[in-house]
Design a protein around this ligand. Sequence first.
Ligand code: GDP
Length: 435
Amino acid sequence: KPVIALVGRPNVGKSTLFNRLTKSRDAIVADFAGLTRDRHYGDGRQGGREYIVIDTGGFEPEKPTGIVAEMAKQTQAAVAEADAVVFVVDARTGVSGQDHDIARYLRSAGKRVLLAVNKAEGMSESPALAEFHELGIGDPIPVSAAHGQGIRSLVEIALQDFPEDEEAAEPDEGAPIRLAVAGRPNVGKSTLINTWLGEERLVAFDQPGTTRDAIHVPFERNGQRFELIDTAGLRRKGKVFEAIEKFSVVKTLQAIADANVVVLLVDATQGVSEQDAHIAGYILESGRAVAIAVNKWDAVDSYQRQMFERSVEQRLPFLKFAPVLPISALKRQGLGPLWKAIGDAHASATRKLPTPVLTRLLREAVEHQAPKRAGMFRPKLRYAHQGGMNPPIVVVHGNALEHVTDAYKRYLEGRVRDHFKLVGTPLRIELRSSH
Ligand code: GDP
């Protein structure tokens, strides 16, 4: 997915634009609070094309001279991660000295930069826009984040050089399982990956030249091919892999998006944290299959183990379908059951759900408990078919389905899950009314 970074001085409307770009079309906002101070990451989609947005929000330079230094911290990181930078300026205040500072930095950053002139509602031909040419960034693009104007074409221009998303292909039987290990810094990702790759048969692979591309390490285990998508910024050094980069949110998001199965690695000595929950939420929204591995189990006593189990229930109630596996990457314990969980999750995520079985399940579910009438409407569920894999999607057809409650959808999900014994994968129920 292409990454778009929003850069600009405070109060030009970056957060409003961020919300437009992410929340507008069934987007996901993963707020990695605490992992990256003052940087927000969100998923967006337009016309079937997906992208990631980084907002460099919060920086408040104390004095104008401080801006470059402050930008070095906040903005540079975002710009480095981005494929395209949207430089946001304010049509009402015009060009400021800070804008010039930022423009100078961006011109030297060697990235594709777009100039978005915000708060430009009704100004598309206005001479007020023309003054922004002096920033030397190119043609100003008028937008109104607050009113949702010009956003669509801004995204189009930002994404025009990137290839269209590939159609999600049916997962074919022999294809390798793409596997990602996601987790906070220091939970033991590198240790786990090195343990795995030390034990399993590595297939020769090319290491990409730039640190921007994640490495995909192919390997084989019991005849099943895997492809490990790195999240830890690993490089091979002799026989082991070393993390040469700091934790990267974008890499984590990309790896999750690219994976078939994600191992969410958490640290038994720390309990499930807010950040773990954010990553978990993102995995769920992405629809990936998931196994939760609780690492450093060797280092905790039985009381801590109990406390940990409780924190999983409290913090990750939305991942109830995911198996929880205690492991020790360091001592090589619990890895067999983790492999089994990964295999089961993948099998569940790619299971075929035949239409006749789904339709029968639907009928039985309705017989057992019919959806509630809403005023004069009674939803009628007629038949169901599978709308996708990884995650499995069950499309239910019928009438007045907009009156089906979320609770009833969860009930249907439970019935389908039980019948097909789906573990370790989200399951989506989509309702389609024919009128
Ligand atoms: P990453 O940032 O997620 O890649 O974490 P690392 O793999 O670098 O591990 C962070 C620290 O945790 C290191 O000091 C590891 O030795 C330690 N560690 C990793 N796995 C285990 C484990 O299973 N048990 C214990 N006790 N320590 C571990």
